[in-house]
Design a protein around this ligand. Structure first.
Ligand SMILES: NC(=O)c1ccc[n+]([C@@H]2O[C@H](COP(=O)([O-])OP(=O)(O)OC[C@H]3O[C@@H](n4cnc5c(N)ncnc54)[C@H](OP(=O)(O)O)[C@@H]3O)[C@@H](O)[C@H]2O)c1
Length: 336
């Protein structure tokens, strides 16, 4: 089969499609012939050597949909030809609150979905949601599940609350907006681009603030009668995380799912205890989070936001597009 194989650290444009052996399903596994995959910031971090546990060669990619091409010994309930979506949380374990010691994310160390085929545990495939294109369905797994866990499971969003999502152009962020709106929350967003703020409004955001050209903390407080949002969903990290503590209303909560901007330069701890804030971390999701997310999308439900579709062979250019922060939503790969 053909696959995008990471063999060295470097800029993503150097990635090439290669011929590699077809995966063979071991006990409990299935092989999926992929129709579409999608990118996550993780793939870019791995390419650039900014991720723990990198090993070579590795086939990148956590998101994918396709048809079952083969089943390993002991697999029941799935048949060749079934259309499936892959849950990239491998071996989450039994505790819904925290992953177990065997937990891995598909696409490092296990070979991932930027390929014509991938081998995954049979328990990680579900029927593909109806009513979505292959690229839309492929956009769902990692980012949709992360956003679902952030907003619903960890953030415990309530109808009528005000939720602020930072960096709305991001893949996870667009899902957080859709899921919070679906739960009946009022949603505010930030972005470095006015055009992205406009697109967020079209998806139901009530207000948007450009973090490059305005004081988003002040603007978020003004938009909430001076109090601040009830819940902030943040994947930017860096100084933005501390600003979120300033923006939140007393008794508010933040869910952090990422640190795109790196470490927090300074955290004013006084704000956290004086305002009695709750800080929640979140990672990927349990099988229950995956099911909860899937139930929201597809026929008569929500549609993910797909920014652009590239052919598999252009995965490197697709990652470069992500590196330029020019996307709004998910970047997908079409696999012939
Ligand atoms: N915890 C987990 O399980 C988990 C799961 C998925 C992702 N993540 C992490 O979450 C982060 C986002 O992932 P992704 O795949 O959604 O990435 P992505 O699609 O590349 O989005 C990154 C976004 O960061 C935003 N951003 C950049 N500078 C910002 C700033 N100063 N203030 C606010 N936002 C800023 C940008 O939004 P604008 O373009 O709108 O300015 C950009 O679109 C990454 O760090 C990733 O590793 C963690």
């Amino acid at each position: 089969m053909k696959a995008i194989v990471l063999r060295t650290i470097g800029e993503p444009e150097t990635l090439r499609l290669e011929d590699v052996p077809d995966p063979v399903p071991t006990a409990g596994q299935v092989v999926v012939r992929l129709r579409a995959a999608a990118l996550n910031h993780r793939d870019l971090f791995i390419c650039r050597g900014q991720y723990a546990g990198i090993r070579f060669p590795t086939i990148l990619g956590s998101d994918g949909v396709g048809e079952i091409a083969g089943v390993g010994p002991g697999v029941t309930g799935v048949r060749p030809g079934d259309a499936v979506i892959i849950n990239p949380s491998l071996d989450w374990g039994d505790d819904l609150r925290i992953e177990g010691s065997e937990f891995r994310i598909l696409g490092l160390p296990d070979n991932g979905t930027f390929a014509e085929m991938v081998a995954v545990p049979a328990e990680n495939v579900s029927p593909c949601p109806q009513g979505l294109s292959a690229e839309e369905a492929a956009a769902l797994p990692l980012a949709g599940m992360t956003a679902y866990r952030a907003v619903a499971t960890r953030g415990r969003v309530q109808r009528g609350e005000t939720v602020l999502v930072t960096g709305i152009g991001g893949g996870v962020a667009t899902f957080a907006l859709l899921i919070a709106r679906h739960a009946g929350a009022r949603v505010l967003v930030t972005s470095g681009s006015d055009a992205k703020l406009e697109r967020a409004r079209a998806l139901g955001a009530e207000g948007g603030f450009n973090y490059q050209t305005s004081d988003w903390v002040k603007a978020a407080k003004a938009a909430t009668g001076g109090a601040g949002p009830d819940l902030i969903i943040d994947g930017a990290g860096g100084a933005v995380f501390d600003q979120a503590m300033d923006a939140l209303r007393p008794g508010g909560r933040v869910v952090t799912y990422g640190g795109t901007l790196g470490p927090v330069p300074e955290l004013v701890v006084r704000r956290v205890f004086w305002k009695q804030l709750d800080i929640h971390g979140t990672k990927m999701g349990s099988p229950e989070d995956f099911r909860g997310m899937l139930a929201l999308f597809g026929e008569k439900g929500l549609r993910p936001v797909v920014d652009r579709v590239f052919p598999l062979a252009e995965a490197g250019q697709a990652l470069a597009h992500m590196a330029q922060r020019s996307q709004f939503g998910k970047i997908a790969l079409r696999i012939a």
